[in-house]
Design a protein around this ligand. Structure first.
Ligand code: IPM
Ligand code: MG
Length: 372
């Protein structure tokens, strides 16, 4: 019996290309694992009306961790049109499988390291090394949304919030409401994850990125809690920055930051910005982590137009595999991958198209495997 059972979900689009590349590196590093492939993505939406089949959820429940490639998601109407004829008009609704998995498996921590590798021509600066802790299960992505707004809800809001008065005469079907739901527990666990990481790695600061001056109740709760728990993690300093200002500081002085912590949507946005500072989505990996399970993925999407061309940079996917090894406790193997990636980039020989070169996905992965 293998030490680990790992679910492998390539997904669709370039998900397949980069997964093949990552498996090449994982094979080289020699993890004692059984890899079990599962179904997810656009093809299963089209043909089964369900991009995340029940059998895949079962697979995840029976494995130690998962590596995940990428999947396509499209707006409601387009998704309808692509269903096979038998499934159309049945009221099926496409909801992003990755967002559902995060909620279903309570993968509350979205860990997104953004490290500049020396020699990467795409670096904004070479001294950036920050990690984003994005809350991954609640906030604006809770899925509690209304359009049209039910009369009952509108009435209740009119009774309980004076700021609602200006919407009194807007017809219900011309109103849309998306709830930004924070829980104390949700805030506390993401904050503690960030502080624990900073303390363990002797980092100077944790910056909480919110907007409490305007979004008083949700952002307010997050920042208040950060203030309360920060002293437990001294000498790590608590820094507080509004999300709009953070966008500016990240362009001005990204090298000053080490750990950023934020709610779901703000974390989503600042993580794309930060990824671009260190070479773009081809270098951005992430871990979706609960207390008992981890699902690791590149931050990039499925880029359907490049599917099957073996053109895209597999580094993000390979770094996601590295994050998985780290989370499993296979520190030496994780470090071996990180060092191999760093060495290949520093060599300045192998370059995928995003880096201005013409090497393929597999050539990049092979070069990394060869350094292990
Ligand atoms: C990400 C992506 C997803 C998100 C999309 C694909 C639903 O942007 O992982 O950052 O919004 O979380
Ligand atoms: Mg995103």
């Amino acid at each position: 019996m293998s030490k680990y059972k790992i679910a492998v979900l390539p997904g669709d689009g370039v998900g397949n290309d980069v997964m093949e590349a990552a498996m090449l590196v994982l094979d080289k590093v020699g993890l004692d694992a059984e890899y079990i492939y599962g179904d997810i993505g656009w093809e299963f939406w089209r043909t089964e009306g369900e991009p995340l089949p029940e059998r895949t959820i079962e697979l995840l429940k029976n494995t130690d961790a998962c590596i995940f490639g990428a999947i396509t998601s499209k707006p409601k109407n387009e998704a309808q049109k692509e269903l096979i004829p038998e499934l159309r008009g049945k009221g099926l609704i496409y909801r992003s499988p990755i967002v559902r998995l995060r909620q279903m498996l309570d993968l509350y921590l979205n860990l997104r390291p953004c490290k500049a590798f020396k020699g990467n021509p795409l670096n904004y600066r070479d001294d950036i090394d920050l990690v984003i802790f994005r809350e991954n299960t609640e906030g604006l992505y809770s899925g509690v949304e209304f359009r049209p707004v039910p009369d009952k809800l509108k009435q209740m809001l009119l009774e309980t919030s004076k700021n609602m008065a200006k919407y009194k005469d807007v017809p219900n079907d011309e109103l849309a409401i998306s709830c930004r739901i924070f829980t104390r527990n949700g805030c506390e666990r993401i904050l503690r994850s960030a502080f624990e990481y900073a303390k363990k790695n002797t980092l100077k600061s944790v910056t909480v990125v919110e907007k409490p001056n305007v979004i008083r109740e949700t952002s307010g709760m997050m920042v208040e809690l950060a203030r309360q728990i920060a002293p437990e993690y001294a000498p790590v300093e608590l820094w507080k920055t509004n999300v709009d200002a953070m966008a500016m500081w990240l362009v001005k002085n990204p090298q000053n930051y080490s750990v950023l912590v934020s709610s779901n949507m703000f974390g989503d946005i600042i993580s794309d910005l930060s990824a671009q500072l260190v070479g773009g989505l081809g270098f951005a990996s992430s871990g979706n982590i609960s207390d008992t399970y981890g699902l690791f993925e590149p931050t990039h999407g499925s880029a359907p137009k490049y599917a099957g061309q073996y053109k895209v940079n597999p580094t993000a996917m390979i770094l996601a595999a590295r994050l998985m090894l780290d989370w499993l406790g296979e520190k030496d193997k994780a470090d071996a991958i990180l060092n191999a990636v760093a060495a290949v980039i520093a060599d300045e020989k192998i370059r995928t198209y995003d880096m201005g070169g013409s090497n393929s996905t597999i050539e990049m992965a092979q070069a990394i495997a060869d350094k292990i």
